[in-house]
Design a protein around this ligand. Structure first.
Ligand code: ZN
Length: 330
């Protein structure tokens, strides 16, 4: 008998919702909408409801056949109460999503954060299958990680474990979005690399990437890859530097956590294999020999659907929560 659930990755730019068969992790159907958070939180909640309604409608299932709804949001959440405490990217503060959605759909609803649902997805049905002690690292706009300990998400005392993007790799270094200085995220994320490139261009350095950027304000991972394929000097230099910093973060995870596996995903990792390979190679050299030898590195396998699949299992993670293990930020 299939066990159906609806998983939602509620992101700053898009909402991805899917109907998942929890027995085998299959995504049976999915819908995608732009979040358009500039229209305000009410609008975002409306889009969220619309996405769920569409999934239910398309599935032709009765709501009694859907076990639960799971949502991962980019921000601080109170997991036991299902409250979105703060999500700057969504313009939402203190919204009880659980209450709002349960009133609307009469399906038990659970809330987590975006990194944790992606880690659960990869652990259950992706590259992390079989590794009960592992870390999922996602390198994109920021750098986040989700920790699995003995087969469950490890939240830490107050729910903030896994903030690998904010370990300090350069004391007193570049300013970070968290208010601190020298954080890994300020050196090895896509946005950090982008800043580095635009800074150099402003200073008069030349790069082929300007041809790929055209009118785009953002430098995407794909543009960086294309420039790298042309052996562009500036891009190669910036990527080399970033992978060196990323390897510091990965070596720290290896030494501190001694995981069975580190699963890596996110735009930069997906788009630029050389960046991934170089980072893990250097991390293994920098870490202590024993944990370095036994840590397996793998790329995430579920792509955009890791969060959708993982969100469907927030219900089972929720059973293990202590009332105090709140809130979580990214
Ligand atoms: Zn920081």
């Amino acid at each position: 008998m299939p066990d159906y659930a609806i998983g939602i990755d509620l992101g700053g730019t898009k909402i991805l919702a899917g109907l998942v068969n929890r027995t085998n992790g299959e995504v049976l159907l999915s819908v995608k909408h732009k979040t358009r958070s500039e229209n305000g939180c009410e609008y975002v909640i409306g889009k969220l409801k619309q996405s769920i309604s569409e999934v239910i409608e398309e599935s032709r299932l009765d709501i009694s056949q859907i076990s639960c709804i799971g949502i991962g949001a980019p921000g601080q959440v109170n997991r036991t109460k299902g409250i979105l405490i703060s999500a700057p990217n969504l313009d939402c503060d203190n919204v009880n999503l659980k209450a709002i959605l349960e009133r609307e759909f009469f399906i038990p609803t659970f809330l987590g954060n975006d990194v944790e649902i992606a880690a659960i997805g990869e652990y259950k049905f992706g590259a992390g299958r079989g590794y009960n002690n592992m870390v999922c690292v996602f390198v994109g706009t920021g750098i986040g990680s989700g920790l699995i300990k003995d087969g469950r998400v490890y939240y830490g005392n107050s729910g903030t474990a896994g903030e690998i993007g904010h370990i300090i790799v350069d004391s007193g270094g570049r300013p970070c979005g968290c208010g601190g200085n020298g954080c890994l995220e300020a050196y090895a994320s896509r946005s950090a690399i982008e800043k580095r490139i635009t800074g150099a261009l402003k200073k008069g350095r030349t790069s082929i990437i300007t041809e790929f950027m055209k009118d785009s304000k953002q430098i995407s991972s794909k543009m960086i890859r294309k420039a790298m394929e042309h052996n562009d000097e500036l891009i190669m230099q910036v990527l080399l530097e970033a992978s060196d910093y990323l390897s510091n973060g990965l070596a720290t995870i290896i030494n501190f956590y001694n995981p069975e596996a580190i699963i890596m995903g996110g735009g930069l990792i997906d788009a630029i294999d050389e960046f991934y390979q170089r980072s893990i190679k250097k991390a293994k050299l920098k870490a202590l020999p024993t944990p370095a030898e036994t840590t397996v590195f793998k790329k995430a396998q579920l792509g955009d659907f890791s969060g959708v699949i993982g969100a469907c299992f927030l219900e089972e993670q929720n059973k293990f929560l202590k009332p105090s293990s709140m809130p979580v930020s990214r």
